[in-house]
Ligand binder design. Structure first.
Ligand SMILES: Nc1ncnc2c1ncn2[C@@H]1O[C@H](COP(=O)(O)OP(=O)(O)O)[C@@H](O)[C@H]1O
Ligand SMILES: [Mg+2]
Length: 241
C-alpha cells in the first residue's frame, strides 16, 4: 500500500513546487521510494521542440527522481493560464481517467507519492466544472496547504483550510513559505493562522537566495529542509492511498 499527500496552494506562485522539492528531497535522500505527481501543468517550457514541464523538471533535479514526464505529468500546456482555459486554447481535452490511470501506475511502483496541484483548490480542470478539489477527493488524498508568509495570508489560508474541510478533505498541516524576517505582521500571521485553523504549522521556510524553479536552481533548499522539517514527521502525516 502506498502513502501520499497532496500539496495545495492558497494561490498560484505561493511556492508549492519549491516546498514539494524540499519534501521530495528529504524522502529520496533518506532512502524512501518516493515519486512526484503533477497531474496538470500550465506554462510549460519548450526545449528542442519538446514541451518540458518546469515544475516536474525541478522536482526530478532536486530529488534525483528518474521517472518519465509522461507518467508523472500527464497533461502539460504551454499557455500559462488556468488548466481549463489552456486546455481549451490548445484543443487538448483533459481526460480525468487518464490522470487516474497514471496515478494508479505510480502508486504500484512507488511507496510514497507527493502530488502537486495547479494553483489553488478551486481551479477548474475543464469547462464542465471539474475542479482540482474533485481530483483530490477522487484520488482519496489528504492535503498540506502551502501559504505565503506576508500580508493577506490569513484570509487566503483560512479560506482554503475551511473550504477543504467543508467538503471532507482533511488538512494535515500548513507550510508557511517565503518568510523574510521577524516582524509583528509576519509572526502574528503564523500565530493567527494556527489559532483560527487549529491545523499544525509543520514548517516555516524562509525566502532563499538562488532558488529558481524555471532556471533549475536549488540554492540552499536541501540544507534548509534538512534543518527545518523532520522526514519522519512527514512520513507520519502521509495517509494510505
Ligand atoms: N522560499 C523561497 N525562496 C526563494 N524563492 C522562492 C521560494 N519559494 C518560491 N520561490 C520562487 O517563487 C516562484 C514561484 O514558486 P513556485 O514554487 O513555482 O510556486 P507554485 O508552484 O505555487 O506556483 C519561483 O520562481 C520560485 O523559485
Ligand atoms: Mg508549481
Amino acid at each position: 500500500m502506498a502513502k501520499g499527500i497532496f500539496i495545495v496552494g492558497t494561490d498560484t506562485d505561493v511556492g508549492k513546487t519549491v516546498i514539494t522539492g524540499g519534501l521530495m528531497y528529504l524522502l529520496r535522500s533518506g532512502g524512501y521510494n518516493a515519486c512526484y505527481f503533477k497531474p496538470v501543468l500550465s506554462g510549460a517550457m519548450v526545449e528542442k521542440e519538446q514541451l518540458v514541464p518546469g515544475d516536474t523538471r525541478f522536482i526530478k533535479g532536486i530529488s534525483g527522481l528518474e521517472e518519465e514526464y509522461r507518467h508523472i505529468t500527464p497533461y502539460s500546456f504551454k499557455t500559462p493560464v488556468s488548466p481549463h482555459l489552456a486546455s481549451r486554447i490548445e484543443k487538448k481535452p483533459i481526460d480525468i481517467n487518464v490522470i487516474k490511470e497514471k496515478f494508479k501506475y505510480i502508486k504500484n511502483k512507488y511507496k510514497y507519492i507527493i502530488a502537486e496541484g495547479s494553483g489553488g483548490l478551486c481551479v477548474p480542470l475543464n469547462d464542465e466544472g471539474y475542479m482540482l478539489y474533485h481530483l483530490v477527493q477522487e484520488l482519496g488524498m489528504t492535503v498540506i496547504v502551502v501559504a505565503r508568509a506576508g500580508l493577506g495570508t490569513i484570509n487566503h489560508t483560512v479560506l482554503t483550510v475551511r473550504y477543504a474541510q467543508s467538503i471532507g478533505i482533511e488538512v494535515k498541516g500548513i507550510i508557511i513559505n517565503g518568510y523574510t524576517q521577524s516582524s509583528l505582521c509576519a509572526d502574528d500571521n503564523i500565530e493567527t493562522v494556527k489559532k483560527l485553523t487549529k491545523v499544525p504549522i509543520i514548517g516555516v521556510i524562509p525566502r532563499l537566495d538562488g532558488v529558481d524553479v524555471e532556471k533549475l536552481q536549488f540554492g540552499n533548499l536541501k540544507e534548509e529542509f534538512e534543518k527545518r522539517i523532520k522526514t519522519q514527521d512527514l512520513i507520519e502525516l502521509m495517509d494510505e492511498i
